[in-house]
Design a protein around this ligand. Structure first.
Ligand SMILES: [Mg+2]
Length: 164
C-alpha cells in the first residue's frame, strides 16, 4: 500500500525554483498551491518578487488555485487578489473535502493535478488522499529566501520515518 506520507517530489527548493518544464513533462495541467510558508512567510503579507514572477509564468502554463488552511479570509483573499488567483481558506488539509471541491471546480483530472506545499502532515497527506501528485518545497522566511532549518518539517519527517 502506498503511504499517504509519500512525497512524489521532495524538491528541497523554494517554490520559485520549481521548474515549470519539469511539471509539464509530468503531465501536470493544474497546480494547487499552499499559501503560508510556500508563497509568503507566515508572518508577512508581502509576496516576494521571485514568487510573483513564478506565478506569472506558471499562469501561462497551468490552472492555479490557492488552498490554505489559514482561517483568515482577509489575509488569504488579499494574497489571492494580488496574484489574481482563485482561493480557498480554512481548507482543513489533510481533510479532503475542500481540496476535492477545488479540483472539481477547475475540472482537472487527478492525474494532471499536483499540490505544492511546505508541510507533510497537511499538504502532502491531502494530496495523496486526493490521489494527486505531491511536491514538497522549502518554507520561505521573511526576506523571501528559503529558511535554513525547518523544525516542523524535520519533526514531520522523523515521525513519517517511524510510522511508514
Ligand atoms: Mg504552509
Amino acid at each position: 500500500m502506498k503511504s499517504i506520507l509519500k512525497v512524489n517530489w521532495d524538491s528541497n527548493l523554494p517554490i520559485y525554483a520549481i521548474s515549470q518544464y519539469e511539471l509539464q513533462k509530468e503531465g501536470i495541467h493544474c497546480l494547487l498551491l499552499d499559501v503560508d510558508g510556500t508563497l509568503v512567510n507566515r508572518k508577512s503579507n508581502i509576496i516576494p518578487k521571485a514568487v510573483k514572477n513564478w506565478i506569472i509564468e506558471s499562469k501561462k502554463l497551468f490552472s492555479l488555485y490557492l488552498i490554505s488552511n489559514n482561517p483568515s479570509k482577509k489575509r488569504i483573499s488579499k494574497i489571492a487578489k494580488e496574484l489574481n488567483l482563485r482561493y480557498k481558506c480554512n481548507a482543513s488539509k489533510p481533510s479532503k473535502k475542500v481540496t476535492l471541491s477545488a479540483i472539481k471546480e477547475i475540472g482537472s483530472e487527478p492525474k494532471n493535478t499536483a499540490i505544492i506545499g511546505d508541510r507533510i502532515f497537511t499538504d502532502i497527506i491531502v494530496g495523496n488522499r486526493c490521489n494527486i501528485k505531491t511536491i514538497l518545497v522549502k518554507r520561505l522566511s521573511r526576506d523571501g529566501l528559503p529558511i535554513k532549518f525547518n523544525l516542523t518539517l524535520t519533526i514531520e519527517k522523523l515521525i513519517s520515518h517511524f510510522i511508514k
